[in-house]
Design a protein around this ligand. Sequence first.
Ligand code: AMP
Length: 192
Amino acid sequence: MLNIILFGPPGAGKGTQSKKLIGKYGLIHLSTGDVFRYNIKNETKLGVLAKSFIDQGELVPDEVTNNMVKDFLERNANENGFIFDGYPRTIAQGESLKTVLGEMGTSVTMMLALEVEEDELVKRLLERGKTSGRVDDQNEDTIRNRFRVYQKETSPLATFYSEQSKYMGVHGMGTVDSIFDRLCDAIEAKLS
Ligand code: AMP
């Protein structure tokens, strides 16, 4: 299996690039944010729980998120691999992912980290908020809180995967296609 974590702060372009990567490499896209939003829209129990965290720019608790991901992975165990978009976001999630993939006889192949300056991120998120209907993209305070949470909870994962020689930084500014080309080059380099 080819299992790629697409990493980066909110607004880095993970969703956009994931959609292109799954087409090229025949992978399954797992965006935990999309799964939560689907559940919120359908007013499921999970959606009601997740909404209170998401609207504040806080993380949904690890246990809830990990169980959801485990369930998703087990249902898709016969696929070529996954693009993880927005997961893991904490070290505890990274550990859980390792365990679940290990039980499936596979592991994380690499973490591709999109590197984008913060001013550009805020600009992109506010722009997206005008059309996406996402409450968490429309308020600059919520956006700044998401960056704080990212710095504190999520950024340590870069070290976690560096220590396993799986981390690769990719310049995330420029056109969508030029960034995609850089991501593909990084994947090819890892696979060769
Ligand atoms: P995203 O679509 O990845 O920007 O995620 C939107 C929001 O969903 C985040 O700000 C969190 O509140 C929640 N969320 C998404 N993925 C996770 C995760 N792996 N762990 C905890 N919360 C998450």
